[in-house]
Write a new protein. Structure first.
Length: 224
């Protein structure tokens, strides 16, 4: 965290000031955790896992990217270990899917894709914002935003013995990088934090949704 922030605020238990940067970052982070936890739990159900396996996958999907980011930027121990709100949010999201699956199973695929794009956007901008607060180089802060957005899904797919979606989805990691770049550049030129976070999230979300709609893909070598 930036120098001068007191210990209570650093631990995320300070006053709930809507306009405080730490509180804004916390809210965005937890929203992304909830969305990815639900998505991970749905994937676990389709893989026919029991409730323990479902909660493990929900936890890994929701918090895996953030844990990798925190270790890399030196935020030790990671928030998912230090702050009870993170694992609680992940487990509540996974538990909701398990106990109310009859409701969740009727969610159309288009809505799941939309929720995934929203989770990607929220985690990417939160990851980039936190990296900047820890004094990470701007370029690496953008990469940390992408890691936060795609890391959990990659861990999920590996645990479920699938090719990680980030390696084959239409403009997935690239969308996270774009959103994180907006956040980093905006914070560097002192644009208000709420505006930067909103703009970064919208860029990531819209780019991902348009890529799915238009079936955009990054260039690749075609082997004949």
């Amino acid at each position: 965290m930036t120098e001068g922030v007191d210990e209570q605020t650093r631990r995320g238990i300070g006053r709930f000031n809507l306009y405080h940067p730490d509180f804004l970052l916390l809210v965005v982070d937890l929203m992304g955790v909830a969305v990815f936890a639900v998505e991970g739990a749905l994937a676990a159900i389709h893989a026919e896992l029991d409730i323990l396996g479902l909660l493990v996958i929900a936890f890994a999907t929701a918090l895996g990217g953030g844990m990798i980011r925190d270790v890399l930027i030196g935020a030790i121990p990671p928030n998912s270990v230090r702050d009870w709100r993170y694992p609680t949010t992940a487990f509540l999201g996974g538990g909701a899917v398990f106990f109310f699956y009859q409701v969740f199973q009727h969610i159309p695929q288009s809505l799941i894709t939309t929720l995934d794009a929203a989770g990607l956007a929220l985690c990417a901008i939160a990851g980039a914002g936190k990296a900047i607060e820890y004094g990470i180089n701007p370029l690496l802060a953008v990469l940390m935003g992408a890691v936060t957005g795609v890391g959990g899904g990659t861990i999920r797919d590996i645990l479920l013995n699938r090719v990680p979606g980030v390696l084959q989805s239409d403009v997935y990691a690239a969308a996270a990088l774009a959103g994180a770049l907006v956040v980093v550049l905006g914070l560097r030129v002192k644009i208000p934090r709420w505006l930067v976070m909103t703009s970064g999230a919208l860029v990531c979300f819209l780019l991902r949704m348009v890529a799915v709609w238009k079936h955009w893909n990054l260039p690749k070598v075609i082997v004949h």
